[in-house]
Design a protein around this ligand. Structure first.
Ligand code: ZN
Length: 317
């Protein structure tokens, strides 16, 4: 392969608890190849899975893995992006693993690693194009986590802790959260807490939208109200032009977002401050059939992150 083609293949791997989504982007962020394999757990399993997915993608493109111009990985858990160290990723059975080092001999370029929600925020900027110059992604999965991009860069904060809004406590007398506090947003809107709570009441998340009776109504109000509060907090915190949403809770409860929009609209009607925030207008549900997290992982791999064109809106404004 000619040397000038070497910049053409950005590999992105989104390593999840059950499956690993791999793809290759070209310099214009088009997906050249894409595969999904089951994830094997533990450090050895993840290494094997990552190399297998990379090999499969390379074969499909008729290239060697050495031809990948960059390699990026998104993975759940606490990740030190500066050195590729994954502190904990409970669902993957790994603890304090230097993932970049573990995969180093499989590639000829450095492997860059990032938390999967942060990677998804970068992917969301790519799929939405240049429209949102600033964007915050909210993931409603087993828990609630957020990641914000401003001017094409992730907002990390001093200790990489920016965006842990799921652990913002809104009810001091609420349920105990895994973080040790009570009444965190996550205990209201996170899938793990919701599923357990609703099952204990004889309800389920998908059916809650149409369930009748005072208990169902109270649970619906509790969830919708807390999510509306959480999204308002996101907008107050970051003032992002777009707030993207993803995760299993929204896929399961297709009734939820319309209800949240309605609540946000009602709250805005009685507060000029809230009306000015236009929270409902900023919400964008990411399409379920686009591999946003893996696209973001490919962006993580590039040293410069998002291409300059994603910063153009800011410099022109
Ligand atoms: Zn918490």
């Amino acid at each position: 392969m000619a040397a000038h083609q070497r910049g053409a293949f950005s590999l992105g791997l989104d390593i999840g608890g059950t499956k690993t989504h791999g793809l290759v982007l070209d310099p214009a962020d088009r997906v050249l190849a894409e595969v999904v394999h089951p994830t094997r757990r533990g450090p050895d399993g993840i290494r094997a899975t990552a190399l297998e997915v990379a090999g499969c993608l390379a074969d499909g493109l008729g290239i060697q893995p050495a031809a990948f111009s960059s390699v990026g990985i998104g993975i759940p858990g606490i990740v030190d992006h500066t050195n590729g160290l994954v502190e904990t990723a409970v669902n993957l059975d790994i603890e304090r693993t230097d993932l970049a080092e573990l995969l180093a001999d499989g590639f000829t370029v450095p492997v860059r690693v990032e938390n999967d929600v942060k990677a998804t925020a970068l992917g969301a900027v790519v799929i939405l194009g240049t429209r949102p110059r600033d964007l915050c992604h909210v993931n409603l999965g087993t828990g609630m986590s957020t990641a914000a991009v401003a001017g094409g860069r992730l907002i990390r904060g001093d200790r990489n802790g920016a965006g842990e809004l799921g652990h913002f406590a809104i009810d001091p007398a609420g349920e105990r959260c895994g973080c040790g506090q009570r009444g965190c947003l996550e205990t209201f809107v996170g899938g793990r807490h919701l599923t357990a709570r609703l099952a204990g009441l004889g309800l389920d998340l998908a059916g809650l939208g149409t369930a009748v009776g005072p208990v169902a109504t109270a649970e619906r109000d509790r969830l919708v109200g807390a999510l509306a509060t959480g999204l308002t907090l996101v907008v107050i915190s970051y003032d992002s032009a777009a707030v993207t949403l993803g995760g299993g809770v929204l896929r399961t409860a297709d009734w939820l977002l319309p209800a949240v929009r309605q609540t946000l609209t009602e709250r805005a009607a009685s507060s000029s401050f809230l009306a000015g925030l236009r929270v409902a207008d900023r919400l964008i549900v990411l399409p379920g059939d686009v591999p946003v997290a893996a696209i973001g992982a490919a962006v993580v791999g590039r040293k410069k992150g998002l291409h300059a064109r994603h910063d153009l809106v800011r410099s022109q404004s």
